[in-house]
Design a protein around this ligand. Structure first.
Ligand SMILES: [Zn+2]
Length: 145
């Protein structure tokens, strides 16, 4: 992947954002790396071809290291800092069905679409999707920080 472009996104969009240190979850799509957001939109559209009545809801996009540390302490996350959410290349998704926010969409189907589009899902986090494989995360952190 193009780390230079991603670094530009991190330095020019994420770092100057008012939400850089946010202690509450952020679901601002504008903080996602454009290439990743475009793929998500394609995946959501494919999902909606089969389930037009399910709205996909992006629960969390960018995550500050401060909030990441809180999640780590509360054992909600396995990593302490610089997770893929911090760089705008991960999202957590849920659904909005019959007027309510729910996790009862077809995650199996959605995750299958994510994988077909070259995105990465995690076995231990159902609603999570990210742009790069776990094996490339170290390289990415070295390139950006
Ligand atoms: Zn996540």
């Amino acid at each position: 992947m193009n780390y230079e472009k991603l670094k530009e996104h991190y330095d020019n969009t994420i770092r100057p954002s008012k939400k850089f240190y946010s202690m509450s979850p952020v679901n601002d799509l504008g903080l996602l790396y454009t290439e990743f957001l475009e793929k998500l939109i394609i995946c959501f559209a494919k999902y909606n071809e089969k389930y037009p009545e399910h709205d996909i809801y992006v629960v969390e996009t960018y995550r500050s290291n401060e909030l990441q540390r809180k999640y780590y302490k509360e054992r909600k996350s396995k990593i302490r800092m610089n997770g893929m959410h911090h760089f705008g290349i991960a999202a957590d998704v849920a659904f909005y069905i019959d007027g309510e926010f729910t996790y009862r969409g077809n995650y199996d189907f959605l995750r299958k679409i994510f994988k077909e589009e070259g995105l990465t899902v995690l076995n231990w986090e159902l609603g999570h999707v990210q742009m790069i494989p776990v094996s490339e995360q170290g390289e990415l952190r070295n390139a950006l920080i």
